[in-house]
Design a protein around this ligand. Structure first.
Ligand SMILES: N[C@@H](CCC(=O)N[C@@H](CS)C(=O)NCC(=O)O)C(=O)O
Length: 215
């Protein structure tokens, strides 16, 4: 199986997670961000993640990939019920988190940005949506405060929900990529329970956090 991803992409993290949680091997291919030809040839549009099964069947849409891989032979990973409140937390706070993460991803040493043209492609595309990055970075303080407050709420939610550490649910697959996106941001005050959850999940799903390269 081949999984086409970008390192920064939270949707790609969902797909990477299910392989890690199930301890299943797959060839992970990091495409240059300006490679439009490969995804277009596989699914008719420029979007990752894409999973190419050994049968030649091709899947896109991260949650479809997660569901399909979790149904392959062997013990399923996502057997727990979804956790109340976490989906709403993600909906409320992901815009803030991505406003912080996107300009930082643009200047990070990720495989998809190895060529200058690929980095510039990402910067141009995102600036068309979010506006120029430098003012965004300068309003980081307000956004960081807002993310820090959101994390305090999440700490309470996680404490209440007692999520299992050995079997998981779609909630884990939705939450971890969002928090991993935030881990590229310096100055985030991680409540102990949220940080412990992220570190445990990162180890279980074999997708590293970005705390060591935060900027
Ligand atoms: N609904 C899709 C969304 C995937 C998505 O938005 N991927 C982004 C990367 S984070 C993408 O490929 N965007 C096109 C681009 O980067 O040019 C999924 O869940 O897989």
């Amino acid at each position: 199986m081949k999984l086409y991803v970008y390192e920064h992409c939270p949707f790609c993290v969902r797909a990477r997670m299910i392989f890690g949680l199930r301890k299943m091997q797959c060839e992970v291919i990091y495409l240059p961000n300006d490679d439009e030809a490969t995804p277009n040839a596989l699914i008719g549009r420029k979007m990752l993640p894409i999973l190419e099964l050994d049968s030649g069947e091709v899947l896109s849409e991260s949650l479809d990939i997660v569901g399909r891989v979790d149904q392959l032979t062997g013990k399923r990973a996502l057997t727990q019920p979804v956790v109340d409140g976490v989906g709403a937390w993600i909906d409320t706070h992901s815009a803030t988190i991505y406003k912080l993460a996107i300009p930082r991803w643009a200047y990070s040493d990720f495989p998809e940005f190895r060529d200058l043209s690929a980095r510039q492609y990402f910067i141009d595309k995102k600036q068309r949506v979010f506006g120029t990055f430098s003012p965004l970075v300068s309003v980081s303080g307000v956004l960081v405060d807002s993310a820090n407050k959101a994390l305090v709420d999440l700490e309470r939610l996680l404490k209440r929900s007692k999520m299992s550490e050995t079997t998981w649910s779609t909630t884990d697959v939705l939450l971890f990529p969002v928090l991993r996106s935030l881990s590229i941001v310096k100055g985030i005050v991680w409540p102990a329970g949220v940080l412990a959850w992220c570190e445990r999940m990162s180890e279980a799903c074999e997708v590293p956090l970005h705390t060591d390269i935060a900027l």
